[in-house]
Structures are given as structure tokens and as C-alpha cells.
Design a protein around this ligand. Structure first.
Ligand SMILES: Cc1ncc(COP(=O)(O)O)c(C=O)c1O
Length: 452
């Protein structure tokens, strides 16, 4: 019998230095835990890439995939497919996009690329300018890299060639507009987009594309920002595309994060992936309002993907949407978000290294680690990973807790099904490890628990 070569010798792993890759192999999972090949149960505090919102191996989604596999695995997008039509209807209902349409993709990057195509086509500006922002992430294909404001890929991305202009972000902790309140920072960031639209010429700009809330780069915008951005885009006749790839499906306490602002936050298009199937199968989507879909109705849609609207993935999507609804998971995330934020603020009182705590509209929160709270100097220049934080993540895994970091940020995004005690236990581990790696904190009362 031949021995299999270790994965590190055969596979390229994303967003890592290959020579340093040494992650354990995962062989199973259930709820908020996954199981490694050596039999360890690990509490997943990041939902992998903020995508396993339903937890691991959700039984309803797994059963739906099996049932659809027995019936029909694949039919091209040129033909009709029952789970595809069903899922489109469910998404339009949840978004309140009556009369709209859905285009399915394989993930978030291609959803964003297609949203840009559709916005440009609908506006009759095939190369119209797209405004996005710095410190954003919209995917790793070339056009999505150009849309992203991501320093890791800046040298390889070509925003000019893709007609992309980057705005300054609504990053209230380090407000680029020099404001001193969250509200003012959000309003200034929206007004700045208005200035960019005016500078480019409103007839040159096709759309503004931005993450509404949770995102890979760890900025949680102030509540004032999105409605102000909607006003600016509406007033200038610019389409607004909400990238809900990470913030959708309960991550921020609503089906889609813009819904927190009611009608005042409604975008013209939105992009989805990740939680759409709870990551059980790859699937993305662009949801178009009736107005945008109407503009495309009698024109050739000159795009497509062999696997768009794949029946297996759409069946997983239908089961996922039903599970979120029937198990009350969107409301659960909203209910647990605030206590999570409070628990993290408690940690902040004990650990000077925590400069800022943000999030909490749902089960998504960010800890920003600094050298000095007064100067807000980051623990390492963005987007470098500070060595003690890397060591903390390693130790957490040894204690059975998986944490996600970006640069000097810790992102907490547990599955929406996580038990309250599990969440409290996970935060207690974090509390202990912050003390170990960043200096002793005064003895914690009942550790870092009380998250929920
Ligand atoms: C906000 C946002 N948009 C787009 C993407 C890209 O999605 P995908 O990796 O499925 O292409 C991501 C992935 O992290 C994301 O967080």
C-alpha cells in the first residue's frame, strides 16, 4: 500500500506562507465544534471564514443535499431547476425585493463582479466608474481585487484598469476625516463619497459597492454611515450595491445587515455567499431590485458560469434559509450580539492591549489590539500579524478554541447555533491567553464568561 503524501507537500493554501502551513486536518464537525483527525473537538469562534453560520454539518442542510443528489445533481443554467427557482423566491422575499431577480454565482468574488456588470449594464455605462473603499475586501479574483481596498494585494491589483475609485473608510476608531464622534465619522465618510461622485461626474459613475457592516478588514462602520450613503447615492442617481457576503444571514442580527436601517438602508443590488448555504456548498448570489432587473429584461445578459445556480448548492441554500427561519437564528444572533459586546468590553477593562471593541449587532465583534491606548498605536503596522497574537492563536487551538485574526485584530464570529456556555467558555480561554501573552491582568471575576 502506498503512503499518502502529507497535504503540505501537495496543496497550496490560501492567505498563508506555504512553508509555515501546519494546520491540523479536520475530519468532522457538529454544531459549533469541529473535530480534528487526532480526535480533538475544537470550538469554532470564527465559523471558519465567517461562513458556517449554521454550525458544522447542519442536519437539515446535509439531508437536503443528499435528497437533491438522488434527484438531480446538475442541469445547466439555461434550463430551469426547482431548487434554483425556490431559493430565488425565498431570497427576494427575505429582502423584500418584490419583482426583483437573482443571479447565482459560485461565491462572493464572482457575485461582486457580476453585481458590477449588472449595475453598469442597467445604467448603460459599460465601463462606468465604481466607487468602493479602502480597508475593504470583496474577493480575490482580479476584478474583485481591484474593487477591494486591501493592502495585501494592492501591488497586484489595478483599480484604474477596472474603473474603480477608492473612498476613505468610515473607520471611527481612526477616523480619516479627523472627527471625534462615531456619528460624525459615518456622516463624513458618506459625504466624501458624494464628493467623489461629483468629481468623477455623476454620469460617469455606475455604482457604489461597499460592505454594509461586518467585513474581513474588521471595520464596523458607525450606524450613521449606511443611511447617509444611501441618501448620497439616491440623490446623485448612483446605484448602491451592498456586499452582504459576510454580513448577511444573521451575522449582524438581521437577514441582511442593511435591514437594520429599514427602508432608509435599502440598496439597489446586494451580493451574498458564505451564510447562503452556511458554507455547506459553494454558492453566491446577486439580488437585483425590480428597477435594476427591469432595465436588463430585454437585453442580452452577456455573462454566465457553467455552475451558476447549481441544483445541489441551491437545494442547500433552500434548506439553510429554512433552518435560519425555523430555528429563529437571526433573532438569536441579534439577542446574543449585545451580551457578547458587553463581555468583550469587560475584557477591555482588564487588558490594556485591547484598544477598541466594536460590533455587537449580531454575533460579530472585533478586538483591536494596540501598543498604547492613549496613542492608539497598533500592535503591528496593518496588515502585519503581531508575533504574540500568532502565539495566542496557537495556544488557543491547543486549548480547543479556534480564533480568527486579521493583522492586529481578533474577529469573533461564532456559529449562530453556539451554546451560551460554550461562548462563555471560549471567552474565558481568550481572557486567560490575553493575560499570558500581553501581561498579567488583575484576577478576573468568574473569568471572561457571561457572554450571553
Ligand atoms: C465582504 C466580502 N465580500 C466578498 C468576499 C469574497 O467571497 P469569496 O471568498 O466567496 O469569493 C468575502 C470573503 O471573505 C467577504 O468577506
Amino acid at each position: 500500500m502506498t503512503t499518502r503524501r502529507p497535504e503540505r507537500e501537495t496543496v497550496l493554501h490560501s492567505w498563508t506562507v506555504q512553508a509555515r502551513w501546519d494546520a491540523p486536518t479536520v475530519v468532522g464537525g457538529e454544531g459549533a465544534h469541529f473535530v480534528t483527525a487526532d480526535g480533538r473537538r475544537v470550538l469554532d469562534l470564527s465559523s471558519q471564514s465567517e461562513c458556517c453560520n449554521l454550525g458544522h454539518q447542519h442536519p437539515r442542510v446535509v439531508a437536503a443535499i443528499k435528497a437533491q443528489a438522488d434527484r438531480l445533481c446538475y442541469i445547466a443554467n439555461a434550463w430551469g431547476a426547482e431548487p434554483r427557482a425556490h431559493l430565488a423566491e425565498l431570497l427576494l422575499e427575505r429582502a423584500g425585493f418584490a419583482g426583483g431577480r437573482v443571479f447565482f454565482t459560485l461565491g462572493g468574488a464572482d457575485a461582486n463582479e457580476h453585481a458590477v456588470k449588472f449595475a453598469r449594464q442597467a445604467r448603460g455605462r459599460p465601463r462606468g466608474t465604481i466607487i468602493t473603499k479602502d480597508r475593504s475586501y470583496h474577493g480575490a479574483s482580479y476584478a474583485a481585487m481591484a474593487l477591494s481596498g486591501d493592502t495585501r494585494t494592492r501591488a497586484a491589483a489595478d483599480p484604474v484598469a477596472h474603473g474603480v475609485v477608492h473612498a476613505l473608510p468610515p473607520y471611527a476608531y481612526r477616523c480619516p476625516f479627523g472627527t471625534t464622534s462615531d456619528t460624525a465619522c459615518g456622516e463624513a465618510a458618506a459625504a466624501h463619497v458624494g464628493e467623489l461622485i461629483a468629481r468623477a461626474g455623476p454620469h460617469e459613475v455606475a455604482a457604489v459597492l461597499m460592505e454594509v457592516d461586518a467585513g474581513t478588514n474588521g471595520i464596523v462602520p458607525p450606524d450613521s454611515w449606511w443611511p447617509a450613503l444611501r441618501r448620497v447615492t439616491r440623490d446623485t442617481g448612483t446605484l448602491l450595491i451592498a456586499d452582504e457576503v459576510m454580513s448577511g444571514f444573521g451575522r449582524c442580527g438581521e437577514w441582511f445587515a442593511w435591514q437594520r436601517h429599514g427602508e432608509a438602508g435599502r440598496p439597489d443590488l446586494m451580493t451574498l455567499a458564505k451564510g447562503l448555504t452556511g458554507a455547506h456548498l459553494p454558492l453566491g448570489a446577486v439580488v437585483l431590485s425590480a428597477e435594476v432587473a427591469g432595465a436588463l429584461e430585454h437585453e442580452m445578459l452577456a455573462t454566465g458560469l457553467t455552475y451558476c445556480g447549481h441544483p445541489l448548492a441551491c437545494a442547500a441554500g433552500v434548506a439553510a434559509v429554512e433552518a435560519y427561519a425555523d430555528e429563529g437564528l437571526i433573532a438569536r444572533s441579534r439577542a446574543l450580539g449585545r451580551p457578547l459586546l458587553d463581555a468583550l468590553r469587560q475584557l477591555q477593562t482588564r487588558h490594556p492591549v485591547i484598544g477598541d471593541v466594536r460590533g455587537g449587532s449580531g454575533l460579530f465583534a472585533v478586538l483591536e489590539l494596540v501598543r498604547d491606548r492613549a496613542t492608539r498605536e497598533p500592535l503591528a503596522p496593518w496588515p502585519d500579524a503581531p508575533a504574540p497574537l500568532t502565539a495566542l492563536v496557537r495556544d488557543a487551538l491547543a486549548e480547543g478554541v479556534s480564533l480568527a485574526t486579521r493583522g492586529h485584530l481578533i474577529l469573533l464570529a461564532p456559529p449562530l447555533v453556539i451554546g451560551e456556555q460554550d461562548l462563555a467558555d471560549g471567552l474565558a480561554v481568550l481572557d486567560r491567553l490575553l493575560a499570558r501573552h500581553f501581561g498579567a491582568a488583575p484576577a478576573a471575576q468568574g473569568s471572561g464568561g457571561g457572554a450571553a
